[in-house]
Design a protein. Structure first.
Length: 99
């Protein structure tokens, strides 16, 4: 699912890696949306070398999402049940194999 536009030169490999990771249906890190970079080409370019931001601009959670993840993790720690893993999630993942 690679798009043909984006940064050129040395940045292209990193840009393509980000797209591959974020568009991979097996990646459950981005349960909010299919790709955090969809419709955000301008923001990706801002974080590319020469832009006015760095990579943290793209990968840092919003304050609202960070608060939700903190709350989910606190519930996980209080329960002390790591049967389903140690990652906190806001909504149950939909593409997980069950036994």
């Amino acid at each position: 699912m690679r798009r043909s536009h984006g940064p050129i030169g040395a940045e292209r490999a990193f840009h393509r890696w980000l797209e591959d990771v974020c568009l991979d249906p097996e990646n459950r890190a981005f349960e909010e949306e299919r790709s955090p970079f969809a419709e955000r080409d301008a923001e990706v370019l801002r974080a590319a070398p020469g832009g006015d931001q760095d990579i943290s601009f793209l990968i840092t959670s919003s304050p609202e999402r960070a608060a939700l993840l903190n709350k989910a993790y606190m519930a996980l720690v209080k329960e002390q049940s790591f049967e389903f893993g140690r990652d906190s999630v806001i909504t149950p993942p939909v593409n997980v194999h069950t036994t």
